[in-house]
Each structure stands twice: as structure tokens, then as C-alpha cells.
Write a protein that binds this ligand. Structure first.
Ligand code: ZN
Length: 303
């Protein structure tokens, strides 16, 4: 493992190759290996214990019709981890102009907007539910490694530099600005940023529980924000009751489709017969799909 001296306390700090922003395990200061200053290092507090998170998760899951009723009784936590994940967060005020068409009429405009953009600072977070996680800086406090250590959490370093994160954030700003105008039904859009002002940039560690629980011999994960108990990602077993109901519905729709089309053919209405058969077949296929799923994957939820 390569070693670098902490610029604040002088201790030798080990790091993994590729990491560019480290948190010194001795004095708790975060610093970039390249020497750039970390202006604002913030963190989310751990406001929920693992037991509180687990009971919030169970009552949240029970609100879904797919969830078996005995989940709270039979599910057990197999293991969990609390990690402080690093993000670069920018609050940017942007003025942009745009041109496009709404119902074939040329429209132009100038807008001003403040965006809060969070960019994951560790490559391991990409391609996971952590990648597009959006959170507000409200309630975030200045980073304390003493506090983080007390919670038993692991602090992850950054292997994406602030410079690379900003290039990423810039693309996100353009996409958000475009999305805002497209929502108004504008097509053929061209957009240009006239000026921007970075209000603040922060390095933020967000505490996230990664939980694996068991139910009837199966294993299922979920992720939850330890600050506000948001369930970021969850896999839930689909109950037998729900599956039987869905499969029964599929069979009933198929039978109804056949009967209606026989009636249609006998009444010499072939178009009616075919279209209603296709309609019932689609409902049957959807119900069968729901009935055959053995687990539900849920990605978005706000407590
Ligand atoms: Zn140090």
C-alpha cells in the first residue's frame, strides 16, 4: 500500500492506489494527495440506528401489495454495514438561453436557476443505486472523524478528483437545464450557458446502511440513508398470495378473451374479435409476468 504524510498531523497515511482524497485516520482531516484544499467537508449524521431503520423498512415494505404479510415475523437481518460514502456537491447558479419549438412556433428565452448537483466521488459507487442519489445539504454538519468512528461506520476515500467531478457536474447541469425546458413541451432545443457562479462546493460523506435480510431461505438487500431513513434501494420477496392472485387473473383474462372473440366471430365481427382478444391477451401477459416475479425491486422512495 502506498503511504503519504498527512499535511496536518504528519502521520503516515496508507491509501489504495487510485485514491486522491483521503481522510487521515489519526487527526480526521481530509486532504487531496495533489495538495488542493478541501474547502468544506460535511457529513450526514446517523439519526437512525440499525433497528430503527429495519422497522421503518418493514412497515414501508408492507405497504406494497406484493409483500408477504408474514415478512415482519419471518425476516431476519443477516448482516449490515454502515458506510460513509463520499460525494462532491456543487451549488451552482446558472444563467442560460435557449431556442426551440413549441407547437411549431419558435420560442426563445433566458432563465436563471440554482442547481444542487451531487457527484459520487468513489468509482465503486458507479452502476449502483448510490450513483444517482440526490440529497439536500440541509441538516449536514461539518465532518468529524471522531463522530464517524463512534457510529462504527467506515469512511470511504475518494478516487475521483474534484476536477473530474466538476466535468461530470457540468454535464449534469446541462441535462437538468434541458430537462426543465423540455418539460414545457419544447422540441428541437438548443441551449447555451451564458454564465455560471459556483455558490459553494463541498466534499460530503453520507452515512448509508447496506443491509442483507433473509426470508424463507432467500436473501435480499436494501440500502437506507442513516440521516433521514430514506430507503434508496430494496429487494422484497413476492408473497405466494399475491402471485396466485396474479396468475389466477392471467388465466381469467385469457378465458375472457377467448369467449369474447368466439362471440365476435359468431356475430360476424372479426375485427372486434381480434382486437378484444389482443387486449385480453395483453392483460393476461402482464398479470402472468407479475405472478411469476419472485422478487420486487424498488429504487425510489421518500419517507
Ligand atoms: Zn492527520
Amino acid at each position: 500500500m502506498p503511504i503519504v504524510k498527512c499535511p496536518y498531523c504528519g502521520a503516515d497515511v496508507e491509501y489504495a492506489s487510485g485514491e486522491v482524497v483521503l481522510t487521515c485516520p489519526y487527526c480526521g482531516t481530509s486532504f487531496a494527495i495533489g495538495g488542493e484544499e478541501i474547502e468544506r467537508h460535511l457529513m450526514g449524521r446517523v439519526n437512525f440506528s440499525i433497528n430503527e431503520i429495519y422497522s421503518i423498512f418493514k412497515s414501508w415494505a408492507l405497504r406494497k401489495p406484493e409483500t408477504p404479510n408474514d415478512l415482519p415475523l419471518k425476516a431476519r437481518i443477516k448482516n449490515y454495514q454502515l458506510n460513509f460514502y463520499p460525494y462532491w456537491v456543487y451549488r451552482v447558479n446558472v444563467t442560460f438561453t435557449y431556442e426551440g419549438y413549441a407547437r411549431n412556433i419558435l420560442v426563445k428565452g433566458r432563465e436563471n436557476e440554482t442547481f444542487v448537483i451531487s457527484i459520487p466521488a468513489n468509482k465503486k459507487m458507479y452502476g449502483t443505486p448510490l450513483q444517482n442519489y440526490e440529497f439536500s445539504l440541509k441538516g449536514k454538519v461539518f465532518f468529524s472523524s471522531h463522530y464517524a468512528r463512534k457510529t462504527g461506520g467506515t469512511i470511504l476515500n475518494a478516487d475521483i478528483s474534484e476536477k473530474d467531478a466538476w466535468a461530470n457536474a457540468w454535464k449534469t447541469i446541462l441535462n437538468r437545464a434541458k430537462a426543465k425546458i423540455k418539460m414545457r413541451g419544447v422540441t428541437g432545443l438548443t441551449l447555451e450557458i451564458q454564465n455560471y457562479n459556483i455558490k459553494d462546493k463541498s466534499f460530503v460523506h453520507i452515512p448509508i446502511y447496506q443491509v442483507t435480510y433473509t426470508y424463507n431461505g432467500g436473501e435480499y438487500p436494501f440500502l437506507a440513508d442513516a440521516s433521514d431513513a430514506r430507503i434508496m434501494y430494496a429487494e422484497i420477496p413476492v408473497g405466494t398470495g399475491f402471485r396466485m392472485l396474479a396468475l389466477g387473473g392471467a388465466v381469467a383474462s385469457l378465458v375472457a378473451g377467448i369467449i369474447i372473440s368466439i362471440i365476435g366471430i359468431q356475430a360476424d365481427l372479426p375485427v372486434f374479435a381480434i382486437t378484444s382478444f389482443i387486449g385480453f391477451l395483453a392483460i393476461a401477459a402482464y398479470s402472468a409476468y407479475k405472478g411469476l416475479l419472485r422478487k420486487l425491486v424498488s429504487k425510489k422512495f421518500y419517507v
